[in-house]
Design a binder for this molecule. Structure first.
Ligand code: XIL
Length: 335
C-alpha cells in the first residue's frame, strides 16, 4: 500500500516543480552560465582619469568597447597615415586592468574620415585602401584585441544591403572580403557583424539571417553576430521572441552576443520598472542561449550616453548608483 502513495507523492512533486518553477522565474531551464562576459562601451576621456566613472566600470565590467577611438575617422586622419595613439593608450590601460577589448568598428558608413568621403573612388582604389586598412589595423592590435565588429550596420530597414560607399563602389562582396582580410591579419580574433533592429522578427531580421547563412555557406570567416539592441520601453522584443531570434542565428553556428544594449525611457511614471523588466529579459535570453557569450551595454551610467542623459537608458544612474535595471541584469544573468 505504501508504494502507490509514495509514487503519487513523487509524481505530485515533479508536477509541482514543472508548473511552479517557470512561474517563479522567466529563465525556464536556464543553467547558471558564469562564462558570460559583461561589458560596456566606454568614453575613453572619462575612463582614463581616476574617479567615479573609472571605479564604477572596474567594479562591475570585464570587457570594454571603445565608443569612438577605433572608428575610421579616429584611426585614419589622412590618406597616407594611421594614428593609433589614443587607441593604443586605451588598449594598454585595458590590459593593465585585465579588461578584454572588443574592437569597434572596421567597416561602417558613419564616422568616416572627411577625406575619404570627399574623394571620388574607383573600385580598385577603394578596394586597395580597405584591404590595407583592415589588414594594418587588425594586425596592429593582434593579440590585444580579441574580437572585432568587422562590419557594422550593413542592412537598411527593409532588409536590403545599405547603400553605403562600400556597397556602391565595391559591390556586395565587400562584406566577405573584409572578413577574410581581418581573419588573415589575426586568425585568432573573433569576427562579428554588428547590427541594430535585428533582435525582433521582421524583414531586417530575416535579411540578416540570409546574409549570415550565405557567408557561412561560402566558408567566410565569421564567428558571430552582435545584436546592438538599442531598445526603448515602447519598442523592444518580448523575451520569447528574443530567445527565438537568438536561436535562429545560433543554429548557423555563430555566437550571438548582445553588443550595445540600452533601453531609453520616457517621462511617464513606472518607466524605471519597465526598463528593468526589459533588461532582465534580455539578460535572461543571453543566459539561456549558449551562443550568447558577451552581454554589453552602450555605456553604463546615465551621465554618459549617446542618447542624451534625459533618456536614462543605462543600468546606473547619473550619480553612479545602481538602478532597478542593474539588479535586473544580475538576476537575468543569474548572478
Ligand atoms: C555612437 C557613439 O556612442 C557616439 O559617441 C558617437 O558620436 C556616434 O556613435 N551604434 C554603433 C555605435 O554601432 O558606434 C554608435 O556609437 C551608437 C550606435
Amino acid at each position: 500500500m505504501a508504494q502507490p502513495r509514495f509514487l503519487m507523492l513523487l509524481l505530485l512533486g515533479v508536477a509541482a516543480t514543472l508548473v511552479v518553477r517557470p512561474l517563479l522565474t522567466d529563465e525556464v531551464g536556464a543553467k547558471a552560465r558564469s562564462g558570460i562576459v559583461v561589458g560596456a562601451a566606454v568614453d575613453w576621456g572619462l575612463l582614463q582619469q581616476p574617479g567615479p566613472y573609472q571605479s564604477l566600470f572596474l567594479e562591475h565590467y570585464s570587457s570594454l568597447t571603445p565608443e569612438n577611438e577605433m572608428k575610421m575617422d579616429a584611426l585614419a586622419p589622412a590618406p597616407d597615415r594611421l594614428d593609433f595613439g589614443r587607441a593604443d593608450d586605451l588598449v594598454e590601460w585595458a590590459a593593465a586592468h585585465h579588461i578584454k577589448v572588443h574592437g569597434h568598428t572596421l567597416v561602417w558608413h558613419r564616422q568616416l574620415p572627411a577625406w575619404l568621403e570627399q574623394r571620388r573612388w574607383t573600385r580598385p582604389e577603394l578596394a586597395a585602401f580597405l584591404r590595407r586598412y583592415v589588414t594594418t589595423v587588425v594586425r596592429h592590435f593582434r593579440g590585444r584585441v580579441g574580437s572585432w565588429d568587422v562590419i557594422n550596420e550593413p542592412l537598411a530597414a527593409d532588409g536590403s544591403l545599405r547603400r553605403n560607399v562600400w556597397l556602391r563602389v565595391l559591390g556586395r562582396g565587400y562584406i566577405a572580403d573584409a572578413l577574410r582580410w581581418a581573419h588573415a591579419a589575426d586568425p585568432s580574433a573573433r569576427l562579428y557583424i554588428n547590427e541594430f533592429d535585428v533582435e525582433r522578427n521582421g524583414p531586417k531580421r530575416r535579411a540578416m539571417y540570409r546574409l549570415l547563412r550565405g557567408l557561412k555557406r561560402q566558408g567566410v570567416p565569421l564567428d558571430g553576430i552582435g545584436l546592438q539592441a538599442h531598445l526603448t520601453t515602447q519598442w523592444h522584443p518580448g523575451g520569447r521572441e528574443l530567445r527565438w531570434v537568438m536561436g535562429r542565428y545560433a543554429a548557423l553556428g555563430l555566437r550571438v552576443d548582445v553588443s550595445e544594449l540600452d533601453v531609453a525611457i520616457g517621462p511617464q511614471a513606472g518607466e524605471l520598472t519597465r526598463q528593468a523588466r526589459i533588461y532582465r529579459s534580455v539578460a535572461a535570453a543571453c543566459r539561456q542561449e549558449p551562443a550568447c557569450q558577451r552581454f554589453a551595454t552602450w555605456g553604463f551610467t546615465d551621465s554618459s550616453t549617446w542618447l542624451g542623459s534625459g533618456r536614462r537608458p543605462l543600468p546606473f544612474d547619473a550619480a553612479g548608483q545602481p538602478k532597478p535595471a542593474w539588479q535586473a541584469v544580475r538576476a537575468g544573468l543569474g548572478r
